[in-house]
Design a binder for this molecule. Structure first.
Ligand SMILES: Nc1ncnc2c1ncn2[C@@H]1O[C@H](COP(=O)(O)OP(=O)(O)O)[C@@H](O)[C@H]1O
Ligand SMILES: [Mg+2]
Length: 225
């Protein structure tokens, strides 16, 4: 179980001479292995928020505290380490490596962690089995459907046993039925592995799978359900 605390978080981007305030005073606590959704229109700050929780970036002002550690006090090496060990990312566009097979894509994060070959093999096979893709393990991404690619991406995110899984619009490039199946897999894994899952979306179909809904508008939380 992992704890995420955001205290009055601001994130500002400088684009030439203009400043974009992507987040404007966001406070949030997630302390259970729950599945929550960040809902908001395009440009409301969802990806920015996930990037801060995922240690891809640090806030301009305020604090992001992951398992008791303030990310603003960490150097790049430390941020990378936290990312590799604790965070699993699932992206809208899957972000698989095209020249690698499904098996090799899922194996990558374990190589980064220095996990020995036999253990890697065991864990990759187990994860591919969990997402129902064992028989496609030698396929490259362009030999898989969109839904299958997203399942590979889910396996890749979860193979490290992350304490936090961040999914950025995971159903946006999938048809309705496939999107539902993807959310069902994510929800089942959340229950089985008891990992915290945060899904950013503006897809209302996602909402039936989450326990908590946080609505974001213009970089601020406007309500929670
Ligand atoms: N790297 C960046 N540089 C400049 N502006 C950015 C950058 N990333 C995001 N933004 C701006 O911050 C705001 C929030 O973006 P984002 O977090 O991507 O929202 P969402 O994911 O909800 O669509 C938008 O106005 C966007 O244009
Ligand atoms: Mg986004």
């Amino acid at each position: 179980m992992s704890s995420i605390v955001l205290k009055d978080v601001y994130k500002e981007y400088i684009l030439g001479k203009t400043k974009v305030e992507a987040l404007r005073g966001v406070s949030l606590e997630v302390s259970k292995s729950e599945i929550i959704s960040i809902i908001g229109p395009s440009g409301s700050g969802k990806t920015t928020l996930l990037n801060l929780i995922g240690c891809i970036d640090v806030p301009t002002k305020g604090e992001v505290i992951i398992d008791g550690e303030n990310t603003s006090t960490m150097d790049d090496d430390k941020l990378t380490l936290i990312r590799r060990h604790k965070i699993g990312f699932i992206f809208q566009t899957f972000n698989l490596i095209p020249v690698l097979t499904a098996y090799e894509n899922v194996e990558m994060p374990l190589i980064s962690l220095g996990v020995p070959k036999e253990e890697r093999h065991r864990r990759v096979i187990e994860m591919l089995d969990k997402v129902g893709l064992l028989e496609f393990k030698d396929h490259k991404p362009d030999e898989l459907s969109g839904g299958q690619r997203q399942r590979v991406a889910i396996a890749r995110a979860l193979v490290i046993n992350p304490s936090i899984v961040l999914a950025d619009e995971p159903t946006a490039n999938l048809d309705g039925e496939t999107g539902k199946k993807i959310m069902e897999i994510i929800k089942t894994l959340n229950e089985e592995i008891s990992t915290t899952v945060i899904v950013a979306t503006h897809d209302p179909r996602v909402l039936q799978y989450v326990e908590r809904k946080i609505y974001l508008e213009d970089g601020r939380i406007v309500r929670e359900e």
